[in-house]
Write a protein that binds this ligand. Structure first.
Ligand SMILES: [Zn+2]
Ligand SMILES: [Zn+2]
Length: 269
C-alpha cells in the first residue's frame, strides 16, 4: 500500500484513458480509412495511376499505418515503472524504496518510472526506459506519414475545386463571417479542405515534438535534464541512440515489433 495517494481523481484518470483510446482506435484508423477509401480511389482516377504505382502506394500506406499504430499501442502497453527496490540510487518518499539513478516518481501514475522522461497525456502514461523508443518513433512516423498524405491530399483538394478556389474555402473555414461575402453554402468539398488543415496541423504537432525528443536522445538527456544545457553531450551520440532505440536501432526505426534489446548499462539495476 502506497503511503501517499495520487493527487489525480478517478474521473480525470478515466477521461485521460478515453482520450488516449479515442486517438488510437478512432482518430488514427479514421484518417487511414479516409485516405484509402476516399482520397486514394479518386487520385487513381485523376492521376491515371498504373497498377504498379497503386500497389506501391498501398504498401507505403500500410507501412505507415503499421508503424504508427504499432508504436503507439506498444508505447501505451509497455511499462517502465520500478518493480522492486534497488540496492543503490535514490530514495522515493512515496514508494518508500530505493530506485535506480535517473528514476523519478510520477504523481499521476503514482509509481516510480525508470529513466523517467515525462508523463504523456495523449497515451495516459509515463514515458521511460522501456517505452521511450516506441513513443519517439510514433511521433516520427506520424510526421513522415502526414507529410506523405498532405502531398496527395493537396492534389485531391485542388482537383475538387476549380482554379484555386480551395483557397477561398480555406479562408471561409478560418473565418466563417466570410460567408456573408461568399454566399455559396458550405459543402462536402469544404470538409476535404478541413482534412488538409488537419494534416498540416498534425505535421507541425508531431514534427516539433519529434525533433525536440530526438534531439534530447542524441544529446543523452531526458526531458527533465534538457533544462540544464551542461548535461547535454552529443559526442557519444551513437551510444545515446542505442540507449533508447536498442542495439538493433536501425530495425526498430522501421518495424515496431523488431527485437532491439537495450544494453545493460542503461538499465541501472
Ligand atoms: Zn516513487
Ligand atoms: Zn506518469
Amino acid at each position: 500500500m502506497k503511503p501517499f495517494s495520487s493527487k489525480y481523481p478517478l474521473i480525470q484518470t478515466i477521461f485521460s484513458k478515453v482520450q488516449c483510446y479515442g486517438v488510437v482506435f478512432v482518430l488514427i484508423p479514421g484518417i487511414f480509412v479516409f485516405q484509402l477509401a476516399v482520397v486514394f480511389p479518386n487520385l487513381v482516377t485523376i492521376l491515371d495511376a498504373s497498377i504498379p504505382k497503386q500497389i506501391t502506394h498501398m504498401c507505403l500506406a500500410s507501412f505507415c499505418f503499421i508503424n504508427i499504430v504499432g508504436n503507439m499501442v506498444l508505447s501505451m502497453l509497455i511499462d517502465s515503472s520500478v518493480k522492486r527496490p534497488n540496492k543503490e540510487g535514490t530514495y522515493c518518499d512515496y514508494c518508500r524504496m530505493m530506485r535506480p539513478a535517473k528514476s523519478w516518481h510520477c504523481r499521476r501514475c503514482n509509481v516510480c518510472i525508470l529513466k523517467r522522461d515525462h508523463h504523456c497525456t495523449f497515451i495516459a502514461r509515463c514515458i521511460g526506459l522501456y517505452n521511450q523508443r516506441y513513443f519517439i518513433l510514433f511521433l516520427g512516423h506520424v510526421m513522415v506519414s502526414m507529410t506523405y498524405a498532405t502531398y496527395y491530399n493537396y492534389y485531391y483538394v485542388s482537383a475538387k475545386f476549380e482554379d484555386h478556389s480551395w483557397i477561398v474555402s480555406a479562408f471561409r473555414i478560418v473565418n466563417p463571417l466570410l460567408r456573408f461575402i461568399i454566399p455559396e453554402p458550405m459543402g462536402i468539398k469544404d470538409m476535404y479542405v478541413v482534412y488538409l488543415f488537419m494534416n498540416v496541423g498534425l505535421i507541425i504537432w508531431s514534427g516539433s515534438l519529434f525533433f525536440y525528443h530526438f534531439r534530447n536522445v542524441v544529446m543523452g538527456v531526458t526531458a527533465y535534464e534538457a533544462k540544464y544545457p551542461e548535461l547535454m553531450n552529443s559526442v557519444n551520440w551513437k551510444e545515446n541512440l542505442i540507449s533508447v532505440f536498442g542495439t538493433k536501432w536501425y530495425l526498430a526505426m522501421v518495424w515496431p515489433l523488431a527485437d532491439s534489446p537495450l544494453p545493460d548499462y542503461v538499465k541501472g539495476e
